[in-house]
Design a binder for this molecule. Structure first.
Ligand code: BEZ
Length: 307
């Protein structure tokens, strides 16, 4: 059986008509019918109900269709990924979630440019979920996100586990009166989470932190992004749980507080195409670990493999 058989079969199954399928494939109808017949012979099964108008798949045909569609999608993914790896060596597109801009990302980019002046670097803000799609499509070469998404085509490296802290409206009693000790002290507040879409996102990490401790915030307010969450905190609409690098974003109207809970962390994850061992990606990874050491930022030990 060849890929051509799968493409022809999927077209006929979707059009439910040989003439339309042949038009879609830009071939004549008789060779298309022969190919489908040949496919049924190879498999030793009947894929379409005989004499049905419009054409109907048999139960076996439905099973074969579901798997054929997946296989064709994987083939086209493989095509675009390979093209990307093979064609472009000295340019790198980086996807990142907004919150990494408050961490080391700007420094990483500046240093990478200084050390690799011939590499054309471009930056694209996108969710971790969108990064996976963009890596596969070849639109980016590396992604920095926070969500552990499983995908056999993607290698993930957890760089560090960043502490989560609470952003309070300035003057909020919990931010000044006594040290906040745990998430449980926050359940009566309105919790502002972001991003609202796409999910899963950092918002789900925050919700899971409450759930894992058997807690349920009284009210949840979902917003599009971190800046809006902080603006609403400043306006006194609620509190938000943010990565600790947001400390750097000084605002007079927001006060930040650490919780006494070392397990309250959010990972920073670097994702790349599995098997993409290009020089620029390795140089970026080396640079990140060098910067962690220079700035004495605790990081997850390097394994050399995906995590
Ligand atoms: C960090 O803050 O550790 C970081 C941010 C973006 C990319 C890589 C690392």
């Amino acid at each position: 059986m060849e890929l051509r058989h799968l493409r022809y079969f999927v077209a006929v199954a979707e059009e439910r008509n040989f003439t339309r399928a042949a038009q879609r494939l830009h071939i004549a109808q008789p060779p298309l019918s022969r190919q489908i017949q040949q496919l049924e012979e190879i498999l030793g099964v009947q894929l379409f109900e005989r004499n049905s108008r419009p054409l109907k798949l048999t139960e076996t045909g439905k099973f074969f269709y579901a798997h054929a569609v997946q296989l064709l999608a994987q083939t086209s993914e493989l095509e675009s990924m390979t093209r990307r790896v093979g064609n472009i060596e000295r340019s790198m597109s980086v996807g990142f979630v907004a919150s990494t801009l408050y961490g080391l990302l700007p420094k990483i980019i500046r240093r990478f440019r200084d050390e690799n002046p011939t590499v054309e670097l471009s930056l694209h803000e996108m969710s971790t979920t969108d990064q996976i799609r963009a890596l596969k499509d070849g639109r980016i070469d590396v992604g920095f996100g926070r969500i552990r998404l499983e995908d056999s085509n993607i290698r993930r490296v957890v760089l560090r586990e960043e502490k989560m802290i609470v952003a309070f409206p300035a003057g909020h009693p919990l931010s000044i009166a006594k040290p906040v000790s745990a998430l449980r002290d926050l359940v009566n507040e309105t919790l502002i989470i972001y991003p609202k879409t796409p999910r899963p996102s950092y918002a789900d990490q925050v919700l899971a932190a409450f759930q894992d401790r058997g807690l349920k915030p009284r009210k949840i307010y979902e917003v599009r992004e971190i800046q809006i969450a902080l603006g609403l905190v400043a306006a006194g609409e609620g509190i938000s749980i943010v990565p600790s690098s947001v400390y750097g974003l000084k605002r007079d109207d927001v006060s930040y507080k650490e919780l006494d809970d070392p397990t309250l962390v959010s990972p920073i994850i670097m994702s790349m195409r599995a098997m993409d061992e290009s020089r620029d990606i390795n140089e970026m990874l080396d640079l990140i670990y060098r910067l962690y050491e220079e700035a004495q930022i605790p990081f997850v030990a390097r394994t050399g493999k995906g995590q």
